[in-house]
Design a protein around this ligand. Structure first.
Ligand code: PEP
Ligand code: MN
Length: 445
């Protein structure tokens, strides 16, 4: 069976590029359909089980990476620094909460962006908006900004090479918890968080030695499960990589383990939700402050009618000022319906603003406050604050203001590299992990 026959092709798909030549798109789709899967459906099922554990309160979800990956930044150093940052954050969260941490990269496929405007005007010149490297190039010229479907082939190839390196790092010993010290090396880290991290790493080292002396096989620590995820946005790409799993006869989008549908494309009668409904991967949906409880319930009914644990994750992105008001009715409605849902907090997308210099930024304190609000809501309702979704990089960029090294609006120009939204840098990510770890530990008390 052709996997594409499972989708309803008559529905409207929001946020799709205006490709200049449909014939060229069809040729690319045909080619992509012959490529091998990037992930195995069985891995998606394993992740689903872990999400089910997290939804039940027995694990914590950590998802992080670029807002928009780019082809040029898919280098060994950049991938390694992102992995190290996520591994460090996971170690901190796990150490202080004693909960297993499900590690997921916004990585190896996060190349397409929804935009508020279809076009951008500079000095009287109007060109198509940058929609991510999957579609066009950031450079402001007509040639660069014209959507080019051949880029989708490069998305596949760059995702494959990134994922290959991720797998090498996480299976080959680099992510072994015994390497907890080495993940901190090479970072020009803020002394306070670095010292705190080293202290924790020493404790972990001692605990490992103790376990080893008690006969625990250290080989068990060697490899680590690390999953890939991105927003399922460009449906031609995602559908071309949807295959029928030979074990079960079910459709899986084998471009990543976990896919999510964004705030701008989650229309109940739209093509993205139809797509999410038909694939068997664990799937997320972003929920902004306008979401009503009825809408959340309708999404649950559509995407997880059989209430399969681990299948559905809600990623709320309310903004620090709204989360305490807007999240409770949604969580209450879902709980009352008996649905198994993993609640994840994205404290990034509701807290973006433009600095006086014109840079898109976020305040570290707003990010932190939204996570704090998320924990407060779940404490009150007796539900599990299941995880966090963070835009981050392992590099010392200056894109978000505040945090331990007090990045100011004036500092933003020093090293602003994001192709889209501002990311927490390495120090800010580690600082956030320590603060969230405390919240998680206190929540469990
Ligand atoms: C994103 O995750 O980069 C994004 C665009 O988010 P949202 O759909 O929540 O706006
Ligand atoms: Mn973003």
């Amino acid at each position: 069976m052709n996997a594409n026959s499972v989708f309803n092709s008559n529905l409207k798909a929001a946020q799709q590029p205006t490709w200049p030549d449909q014939g060229a798109v069809d040729a690319v789709v045909k080619e992509l359909a012959t490529y091998p899967p990037l992930v195995f459906a069985g891995e998606c099922d394993n992740l689903k089980e872990k999400i089910a554990q997290a939804a039940a309160g027995n694990a914590f979800w950590l998802q992080g990476g670029d807002c928009a990956e780019t082809f040029v930044a898919a280098t060994a150093d950049s991938v390694r620094n992102r992995i190290k940052t996520i591994l460090q954050m996971a170690a901190v969260l796990q150490y202080f909460s004693s909960l297993p941490v499900v590690k997921v990269g916004r990585m190896a496929g996060q190349f397409a962006k929804p935009r508020s405007n279809d076009s951008e005007t500079r000095n009287g010149v109007t060109l198509p908006a940058y929609r991510g490297d999957a579609v066009n190039d950031l450079e402001f010229t007509k040639e660069a900004r014209t959507p080019n479907p051949k880029r989708l082939l490069k998305v596949y190839n760059t995702s494959a090479s990134t994922l290959n390196l991720v797998r090498a790092f996480t299976q080959g010993g680099f992510a072994d918890i015994r390497q907890v010290h080495s993940w901190n090396k090479g970072f020009a880290a803020d002394a306070r968080f670095s010292a705190r991290y080293e202290e924790m790493a020493n404790e972990i080292g001692r605990a490992l030695q103790f376990m080893q002396s008690a006969g625990v096989d250290p080989e068990a620590f060697k490899s680590v499960d690390f999953y890939s995820s991105h927003e399922a946005l460009i449906l031609e790409y995602e559908k071309a990589l949807t295959r029928i799993d030979s074990r079960t006869g079910n459709a899986y989008d084998v471009s990543a383990h976990f896919l999510w549908i964004g705030e701008r494309t989650r229309q109940l009668d739209g093509a993205h939700i139809d797509f999410a409904e038909k694939i068997h991967n664990p799937t997320g949906v972003k929920l902004g402050p306008k979401t009503t409880p009825e809408e959340a319930l309708a999404i649950i009914k559509k995407l997880n009618p059989k209430n399969e644990p681990g299948r559905l994750t809600f990623i709320s992105r309310m903004g620090a000022t709204l989360i305490r008001e807007k999240l409770p009715p949604l969580v209450e409605a879902a709980s009352k319906s008996g649905a198994s849902v993993l609640w994840v907090c994205d404290p990034m997308h509701g807290n973006t603003y433009e600095a006086p210099s014109g840079y898109k930024t976020r305040k570290f304190d707003d990010v932190l406050d939204e996570v704090r609000g998320f924990f407060e809501v779940h404490k009150k309702l007796g539900t599990h604050p299941g995880g966090i979704h963070i835009e981050l990089t392992g590099d010392d960029v200056t894109e978000c203001v505040g945090g331990g090294d007090q990045i100011s609006h004036e500092d933003l120009a020093t090293r602003y590299e994001s192709a889209c939204d501002p990311r927490l840098n390495h120090t800010q990510s580690l600082e956030l992990a320590f603060l969230v770890a405390e919240m998680l530990r206190d929540h469990k008390k």
